[in-house]
Ligand binder design. Structure first.
Ligand code: P53
Length: 474
């Protein structure tokens, strides 16, 4: 038997990509609400184009998403039917603190998640909760410049105090920041960052990073104080970088690209800023806004486990002639000639998952949790309305086999596996509904048309069997 007896099989979503109900229950506006579908999305999520309010020209898919705000009971029942042991979801910060800087939370928002967690418990589903999955109340963006400001640490601390106390006994697994390294690649979506004319963007990003890392350590501290049962994880957008050739410069470029991402996890897991980063930041003239007591907090409150998303490996080359890039816009890298790609140009590399797991386990020696993995594809219902998604089954089976190898053959300690978008939802990168990951089909298109009806795809019964056999029958 490869996997632990209590292995946490399940699926993952994020509030802004599935809930909708953006102006209901007292919820405040968040950065993620303002990312439209279409060509303006990329400039918005990277902070190049400022968007402070909705306009008539764009469609904003997060406003209603797949309406899980009203349909979560039906959806969780389907997860229960598949035999989920865990369900990863995120809390919308602006449901709990609509502006972000209030002292008292919004009871309606707190009650919503309490009911949702209780619904999970009905099916023996352990909630795995991301405290912030790309969302930040817009008021905090406008008044404080979001994570560039140190005051954010206190607002986040309030949020954590409230939710850890309120959900004590209901939730035990927490992730502090989704894909914390996304600050570097999509700073508005990742950390609510906008830039001023002529400002040093790298300075702002690393300043925000220090504040998030501090907030993450404080969250870990409070979580452990409130309930020693709490398990807190960091979350990395992972995917090992390969050198395009064995030319030493290529190998060095791949090492550097990995470290750019490891930087965050090095702090969250080992409790210290790594030497390579301190030197590099110094050379670049970037200052971390470290205050008295910060380094002690980082050192004393490291995470219990390492979680990550994995969609693909990446490639680095120093040869200007090797310039064919993958389509994945946020993490675009050199195209790997040995790999096939998804319809969105994301290259498919199951063995890369085993490599990534080994890299992370060797480096941190803490239990791992794969909290995102999956295939974004166009699903076309047949004449009977059924989606026969053999391509998705093939992708997932190959990745589960690779993770099994990492556990069985390499001895990696793995807590669980949650596939991304277990029910079809809005794409973070593109805002499309057409890019689907789910076992459950949702009748909705890119323009917001459709009945929102849920139906099972072929992969639904397949995943149910995988869970029932603890990963033996793929
Ligand atoms: P989509 C790339 C771009 C945006 C978010 O991505 C990403 C990545 C890949 O690492 O990260 C995660 O929806 C993210 C999810 C997101 C998922 O990847 O662009 O945590 O919110 O939906 C898949 O296909």
């Amino acid at each position: 038997m490869a996997f632990r007896k209590d292995f946490l099989w399940g699926g993952a979503t994020a509030a802004n990509q599935c809930e909708g109900g953006y102006n209901e229950g007292g919820r405040g506006l968040a950065n993620v609400d303002l990312a439209p579908v279409g060509p303006d999305r990329f400039p918005v999520i990277t902070g190049e184009k400022k968007m402070f309010a909705f306009d008539e020209e764009h469609f904003y898919p997060a406003q209603n998403a797949i309406d899980m705000y009203h349909r979560y009971k039906e959806d969780i029942a389907l997860f229960g039917e598949m035999g989920f042991k865990t369900y990863r979801l995120s809390i919308a910060w602006s449901r709990i603190f609509p502006l972000g800087d209030e002292t008292e939370p919004n009871e309606e928002g707190l009650k919503f998640y309490e009911d949702l967690f209780k619904e999970c418990r009905k099916y023996n589903i352990e909630p795995l909760v991301t405290i912030t999955h790309f969302d930040c109340p817009m008021h905090l963006v406008e008044k404080y410049g979001a994570w560039r400001s140190r005051e954010m640490v206190g607002f986040y601390e309030n949020l954590c105090n409230v939710i850890f106390n309120r959900y004590k006994g209901l939730v035990k697994y927490w992730l502090t920041f989704n894909e914390i390294n996304m600050i570097l690649h999509a700073p508005f979506m990742g950390a609510g960052l906008y830039f001023e004319e002529g400002e040093n963007k790298e300075q702002v990003k690393y300043q925000a990073a220090h504040h998030e890392l501090l907030a993450s350590a404080i969250a870990t501290k409070i979580a452990h104080e409130v309930d020693p049962e709490n398990q807190v994880g960091c979350m990395l957008a992972a995917g090992t970088n390969y050198a395009y050739t064995c030319k030493p410069e290529d190998v060095w470029a791949a090492r550097k690209a990995d470290r750019e991402n490891f930087f965050f996890i090095d702090v969250q897991s080992r409790g210290e800023y790594p030497a390579y980063a301190l030197k590099e930041l110094e050379r670049e003239g970037i200052e971390l806004p470290i205050e008295e007591g910060d380094l002690e907090l980082l050192k004393e409150h490291t995470v219990d486990f390492i979680s990550f998303s994995y969609y693909s490996s990446r490639v680095q080359s120093t040869d200007p002639a090797i310039n064919e890039k993958t389509a994945g816009n946020i993490f675009a890298s050199v195209k790997n000639p040995y790999l096939e790609a998804s319809e969105w140009g994301w290259q498919i590399d199951p063995l890369g998952l085993r490599t990534t797991m080994n890299d992370l386990y060797d480096r941190y020696q803490k239990p791992l949790f794969i909290v995102e993995n999956g295939l974004g594809a166009v699903d076309t219902p047949d004449e009977n309305g059924n989606v026969i998604d053999d391509y998705r089954i093939e992708y997932l089976a190959a990745h589960i086999q690779a993770m099994k190898d990492a556990v069985e053959l390499d001895g990696v300690d793995l807590l669980g596996y949650t596939t991304w978008g277990c029910i079809d939802l809005v794409s973070a990168g593109t805002g499309e509904m057409k890019k689907r990951y789910g076992f459950i089909y949702v009748d909705r298109d890119n323009e917001g048309n459709g009945t929102l009806k849920r139906s099972k795809k072929k992969s639904f019964d397949w995943y149910k069997k995988v869970i029932a056999t603890n990963g033996e029958d793929l």
